[in-house]
Design a protein around this ligand. Sequence first.
Ligand code: AMP
Length: 281
Amino acid sequence: MRVVRTVSELRDALRPARREHSTIGFVPTMGALHAGHEALMEQARRECDVVVLSIFVNPTQFNDPTDLERYPRTEEADVAAAERAGVDLVFAPFAQEMYPRGATIEVRLEGPLVDTLEGAHRGSDHFHGVTTVVAKLFNIVQPDVAYFGQKDAQQVLVVTALVRELNFPVRIQAVQTVREPDGLAMSSRNVHVQGRNRERALALKAGLDSAQATYDGGERDADAVIAASVAAMASYEVDPEYLAIVDRVTLEPLRTVEPGALVVVAAPVGPVRLIDNATIH
Ligand code: AMP
């Protein structure tokens, strides 16, 4: 496995694979790798000839400067995890390599996919940062398949729309959320969730489970299901920033809960903001 820092090194390293028409799988990350990232790398390893991992804490997608500042950076351990997962090439550029002249270009998706939920609460600039860096990374790596976690369900939809609108010849593959044994969705930000907050963090999964249980109990009215979930979270002393039941493709709020509906939640827990989601079945 090689670690490269520049676009030209990456292109050189991928030239033989491209000449041989090998399939290239790509896993974009911000590092601080955990078992969720490992699931992405492992699926890429199973499905593709060559696996590229990127590690780049993209400043343009952070709406909160403190969040960017304290975002965990663990490159040495990340490189070891990538090696274990069978990654062929790690692309770990410095910001200067990705934005040599600063933020001089932006790739913007417009519309409800970027305006709602995370876009409404973090600001749609968050997704503009995501689409810009993903477009750049797709042009740099030129993968056949790119792997994204379902934990960031809205991001999967945004990136899928990006690929469709800009005609990138890339297939987007969503990978199921990996959780801690007690149900907490793995996240790089979980390192900042400690002590009492670690228990409070279970509120998000409890809210999602409650939505399913309320639905299983026969309730179909979205507002009633949401109210029960918010109450379940309150018993952990957590107040969601939003808890919504939406169409899993358009993200439009649903009035009636049906199988396939997406339950999405975001909540502050101690010093961080966590998100999670589940599909009603
Ligand atoms: P990040 O490094 O947080 O930007 O995440 C990089 C990729 O890993 C994104 O596609 C995330 O959705 C995905 N990811 C993060 N956490 C998990 C998780 N718990 N399970 C599955 N995928 C995840």
